[in-house]
Ligand binder design. Structure first.
Ligand code: ADP
Ligand code: TRP
Length: 325
């Protein structure tokens, strides 16, 4: 089984990215060969500073490896190291109905949030389809927000198969990929209790330093219930975040203390900080080790690019022949 996913280097990775995408992606390494890449071409739709794009891309690779991605079990690579993907995106765009792309939620949301429209932003799902189809991917682990993009990918694969494929299913041009969606319960709230997102300035980053991390956790927005009063654990961001790191018993115990009263939010936040800091401690250590070996990341990315190119070249040969190039 071939498993593929991408992450945009449009900012610094946060614990929402970790629990929503990175940890599941790392766990999936037990089930097949993985292809994970840093989606720089996609990030170009929003990042305009070359230095920032370069730094973020490297940092995404570093953080992913530090969190436990095993480069022996699959390829980690830069999207731009497989430029053939843009050729496939062009070919796919010639069968992509404009109406299908106009219905993309992500495109509409981005415009609604004030991003200027560009042909790149509009074609974003076509490039994403090329990312997936060029590796004959079977499974694509993503957050719920990306589900429609996988459906578009399947639509484009079907269209290509109908237009250029052979009659027997065995000779189909493209495999139809399956999404592997994280359940909605996995949406990690930010410190303002909205969805944690790089674009909302509400993140707790995985590898910020201790002072900054503590500051972010202590800034979690709460209501003004006094220390001695009972508090509602049901809608508390503190408890939701604590649940990501603590055991069942610990979570139940904190819930109980919320209901009992006598403990202020500040104390609960301190406990959350301690748990979070401890959880990522082995990963911080691994990150230091990787940083000490200057060539490690370059080697991993170079090996990943080699493997990715191997597959992409095979698939593109098939595609070019099928369409008449
Ligand atoms: P951001 O919203 O911070 O820009 P991206 O859109 O780049 O994040 O998402 C990268 C991956 O992380 C996607 O698979 C997405 O579903 C997941 N993800 C992002 N934010 C969260 C969150 N708050 N909770 C769960 N998963 C998330
Ligand atoms: N659009 C994805 C996101 O914003 C990133 C991405 C690009 C991707 N190409 C992909 C994810 C291919 C899965 C498969 O999160």
């Amino acid at each position: 089984m071939r498993i593929l996913s991408g992450i945009q280097p449009s900012g610094v990775l946060h614990i929402g990215n970790y629990f929503g995408m990175m940890r599941p992606a790392i766990e999936l390494q037990a089930e097949g060969e993985t292809f994970y890449f840093i989606a720089e071409y996609h990030a170009l739709t929003s990042v305009r500073d070359p230095k920032v794009l370069r730094e973020n891309s490297r940092r995404v690779a570093l953080d992913f490896l530090a969190c436990g991605l095993n480069p022996e079990r699959g390829a980690l690579f830069r999207q731009s190291d497989v430029p053939q993907v843009t050729e496939l995106a062009w070919i796919l765009s010639t069968v992509a109905p404009v109406g299908l792309l106009e219905r993309a939620h992500s495109y509409k949301d981005k415009l609604a949030r004030g991003m200027t429209s560009s042909a790149g932003l509009f074609n974003y799902p076509v490039l994403m389809a090329a990312d997936i189809l060029i590796y004959d991917s079977d499974v694509v682990p993503v957050g719920k927000d990306q589900k429609q993009h996988i459906e578009i990918t399947r639509d484009l694969a079907v269209k290509m198969n109908e237009t250029f494929g052979q009659a027997e299913p065995a000779r189909q041009l493209f495999k139809l990929p399956e999404p592997r969606i994280q359940p909605a319960t996995q949406v990690v709230p930010g410190i303002d209790s909205q969805k944690m997102s790089k674009s909302y300035n509400n993140t707790v980053d995985i590898f910020a330093d201790e002072k900054e991390t503590r500051k972010r956790v202590m800034s979690i927005v709460t209501d003004s219930t006094p220390v001695e009063a009972a508090k509602d654990p049901a809608r508390s961001t503190i408890i939701q975040l604590y649940s990501l790191f603590a055991s069942k018993n610990e979570i139940e115990e904190m819930r109980e203390r919320f209901r009992k009263g006598g403990t202020g939010y500040g104390d609960f936040k301190k406990e959350l900080f301690e748990k979070l800091w401890e959880y990522f401690s082995p990963m911080r250590k691994r990150r230091e080790e990787i940083l000490a070996d200057q060539s490690y990341i370059d080697n991993v990315l170079a090996r990943g690019a080699e493997r990715a190119n191997e597959i992409a070249d095979q698939v593109m040969k098939r595609v070019r022949a099928a369409v008449g190039l």
